[in-house]
Write a protein that binds this ligand. Structure first.
Ligand SMILES: *[C@@H]1O[C@H](CO)[C@@H](O)[C@H](O)[C@H]1NC(C)=O
Length: 325
């Protein structure tokens, strides 16, 4: 009885709900509306979640590269002749299209004044056979130079390259030298960037140069560029842009294309990329290498989509230890 009456009721209800044939496609019950409402809300939530995930991954891809370590390639703006017998260890721009350069190898080490446009060596101080010239920088009117496998450095008069003074530094070795006009920055082939007092040659501060969780070893020739320290990483075609405040790598400059340009003019002796000079007044950047027949003026171009792991592969090397013979 109960069942029968229920069926009766439901039949009655379904009869009532039977739509008029002409209204079949447009008439929606509150139940339908609720279903659509739930569907739209779920779709909205999915869309919002999707957009959030995209934007956060985009921030990781572009944001971190742009903010913490942008990667650059280089475009050659100008090329100049460079003495192909110069084993370049130090380079700097001295104004008026003049470069100062320090060269290495025992018996071939020197400090030189070079005309940018012609590559002509205008003045040369030949070093004693026992010294292997390394990093060079200009502070005031004095050139400061360090030597390899020695704690000995020299100061020269920038006008006639005569030796003014000899000094002893506290780095493990002498590789690179740069200045912000106040203090000296030094490298010794490790991952340490030294801050050095130019009067006492005492180490004021040491910073470990790091890229993500890698220490950047083999820091070689240095240049102070617009508040940053730029360093050649020995045996790579990479320049690290370093914060001298904390040693963090701010960016990487990849220069393998320069080597290709040396092909025709070069010889088999072409050694590593080494030597960065900055013309502060005209914001020009010059780079060359050991025994390179050319010196390049370059412009940086941000790499939009760097290959994953490119820096680890191209720029990060294991530490190397040299022992004085
Ligand atoms: C080099 O110049 C300095 C002054 O700038 C002078 O005292 C010195 O005698 C010069 N040396 C040589 C070898 O001419």
């Amino acid at each position: 009885m109960a069942a029968g009456s229920l069926r009766k009721k439901s039949n009655k209800r379904s009869n009532l709900k039977q739509p008029h044939p002409s209204m079949a496609s447009t008439s929606l019950t509150p139940f339908h509306y609720r279903k659509i409402y739930v569907f739209v809300m779920v779709l909205l939530v999915v869309c919002v979640l999707f957009l959030l995930s995209i934007s956060s991954s985009m921030w990781i891809v572009f944001g971190s590269n742009a903010l913490s370590h942008q990667i650059y390639s280089v475009q050659v703006v100008n090329e100049f002749p460079h003495d192909p017998t110069a084993f370049t260890q130090g380079l700097l721009y001295g104004g008026n299209d003049i470069l100062f350069e320090s060269t290495g190898l025992n018996g071939q080490s020197s400090v030189r004044k070079v005309a940018l446009q012609t590559g002509k060596v205008e003045a040369l101080h030949k070093m004693d056979y026992s010294y292997f010239g390394e990093g060079l920088t200009l502070l005031g009117d004095r050139l400061f130079q360090v030597t390899w496998l020695e704690k000995t450095g020299f100061i020269y008069d920038q006008n006639n390259l005569s030796k003014v003074e000899k000094f002893t530094h506290q780095m493990q070795d002498g590789w690179g030298l740069a200045t912000d006009g106040e203090i000296l920055f030094g490298s010794d082939g490790t991952s340490t960037l030294y801050h050095i007092d130019p009067r006492t040659f005492k180490v004021i501060q040491k910073r470990t140069v790091k890229y993500e969780d890698h220490e950047v070893y083999n820091l070689n020739e240095l240049e102070y560029v617009n508040g940053e320290i730029w360093a050649n990483v020995w045996q790579t075609d990479c320049i690290a842009r370093i914060s001298h405040e904390d040693g963090g790598v701010l960016g990487w400059i990849l220069l393998p294309n320069l080597r290709e340009g040396l092909g025709a003019a070069g010889n088999n002796n072409i050694d590593v990329l080494n030597g960065i000079a900055w013309d502060r007044d005209r914001n020009r950047i010059f780079v060359t290498g050991k025994l390179w027949p050319k010196l390049y003026e370059i412009k940086l171009q941000p790499v939009r989509k760097p290959l994953h792991g490119i820096i680890e592969q191209m720029c990060i090397r294991s530490p190397v230890h040299f022992v004085k013979p």
